[in-house]
Design a protein around this ligand. Sequence first.
Ligand SMILES: [Zn+2]
Ligand SMILES: [Zn+2]
Length: 258
Amino acid sequence: MIANYHTHTWRCMHATGTEREYVENAIQGGLQILGFSDHTPMPYPNGYVSPLKMRLDQLEDYVTTVHSLKKEYENDIQILLGLEVEYYPAYFHNLLTITRAYPFDYFLLAQHFLGNEINDVNSALPTQSEVALKRYCMQCLEALETGCFTYLAHPDLFYFVGDDAVYEHHMRMLCQGAKELNIPLEINFLGIWDHRHYPNLKFWEIAGQVQNTVVFGADAHQPEKVWNPQALKTAKNIVNTFHLHLTDTVTLRSPKIS
Ligand SMILES: [Zn+2]
Ligand SMILES: [Zn+2]
């Protein structure tokens, strides 16, 4: 593993440490590329504040901090400026208008909520609803089709506990869509070391059949997690078990506005 594109900062309110500590840990672990991709701020309506994302008024400081580290450490590691972005149709255009003022290298897609977040389904809560599962897959695909996203983070975040055949049907469509668009899927290390419901082996079996390209993502919310040999071992097992195509580095896609 020479690159990790999935790194958070304290601004999302559920990560710890300084940006510098993440960089130092990445260098110690032998990474050549470290991408910061904190949870994006969103132009929510009516003063809504997400408890899990940075605020819009923190964006400037985020960009400035990452860029100054990029310059300071340029001889040791390549630092990239990204965001982990939810695709919310109601706010997406406004978000692009805001973020285009900054030199973002890439967006990762992560669909933690369906619809536009507020008062809608949380992808990580167990459900037997096929309607919700289908919405998750369709919303991810619609997002990927915008061309704004470098890869899909924890594609198996949606916690479906219903019929296996139903899961397979919808997730296969998501995997096929990602493959047609040539967009990698992430095996998420946070899910591994935190013993979450993902990585979901049922999902990775499908991705193996579809022959998706996969990338490892630390999803580090603590500096020492930016490099995680235990999770790496488990992730490599998943790759080998399902004959997945692993890529070390990804083609960066930065959002464009029409
Ligand atoms: Zn997070
Ligand atoms: Zn993340």
